[in-house]
Design a protein around this ligand. Sequence first.
Ligand code: SAM
Length: 287
Amino acid sequence: MHSAKLEKRRMEAVLGRHGVRLSKRFGQNFLTDAGVLQRIVDAAQIEKDDFVLEIGPGMGSLTRLLSKSAARVLAIEIDERLMPVLEEELADCFNIELVQGDVMKLDLSKLISKDNEGRTIRIVANLPYYITTPILMKILEGDLNWSRITVMVQRVVAERMIAEPGSKAYGALSLSVAYRAKPEVAFFLPPEAFFPPPKVESAVVSMQRFEQPPVAVEDENLLFLLIRAAFNQRRKTLVNALYNGANLSLSKEEIENSVFEAGFTTNIRGEKLSLADFVRLADVFSN
Ligand code: SAM
C-alpha cells in the first residue's frame, strides 16, 4: 500500500487512542505524504543554525522534519486535545518547544526572543484555512524579525499574495506581502493530499524577506491602516473608503485634498494603487 495511506491509517489509530476527532472549526487538514512534507521543508531553505516557528503542528508530521533540519523549533498549537498526541509523537525530538495557544493572541516576538539566541527566524506552516489571511497579516505587519515565511495556503490566497495592481486578486494581502518580501509559489496540491481533504486546492508559497522595504514610508502603521481601509470597501472610491473606515479624524474634504495632493483623482479606487502609490499617500497623510 502507498506509504501516505499507511501513514493516514497510523494517524487515525493514534487519534483514536487519544479519543480525538479532527475539528473542522480549527482547519485540521493534515498532511500524510512524506514527499510533500519534505518539499515544504526544502522550499523553506532551512539551515542548521535556524530557529523555526511552526504554526499549527497538528500531529507533528511537519514539526518532526523541521526539527531535523533546524537548530530549534517552536510550535504553536491551539487545540489542547492535540498536546498529548504531539508530546507522544515527538518524544524523541529534543529541540522542539510546544506551546498551546492561539497564534493570533500570542506575542510572537516575546515568545521567540526568550530562547532564540539571535538565530535567523523562519516561519513554516500548513496554515489553518479559516484564518490564513489574518495570520499572514499579523506576521507581515508585525515586528517579528523573520527572514523567510513558507506556508501552505488555499490556492486563491496564493494568487492574492502574488497579485499585481488592477487584477481581481489584488488586495491588502498583496500589498503587505509586496512591502515585506518576494513571494514565489513553490508548488500546488490537490485536496486529496490531505486527511481529511479540504474543499479547495492548495499551494505552498515561500517569501524571502527584503532587507529593506522596496519603498520607504514615514509611518508604517499608517500605511497598513490606509491599505486595510481602502480594501475593506473595495467597491467604494478611495476617498469614501478612507472616510468611512480609516478613523483618520479628518473631514471628507481634507481626505479629498490629501488624495489629490498625492497625485490621484478624487474618484480613484484603492485597487488601482501600487505599493509606491500607497506609500506616497501615507506620507501625505503623515505630514
Ligand atoms: N502541521 C500539520 C500538518 O501539516 O499536517 C497540521 C496542519 S492543519 C492544516 C492546521 C493546524 O493549525 C491544526 O492543527 C489546527 O488545530 C491548528 N490551528 C488552528 N487555528 C490555530 C490558531 N489560531 N493558533 C494555532 N494553531 C491553530
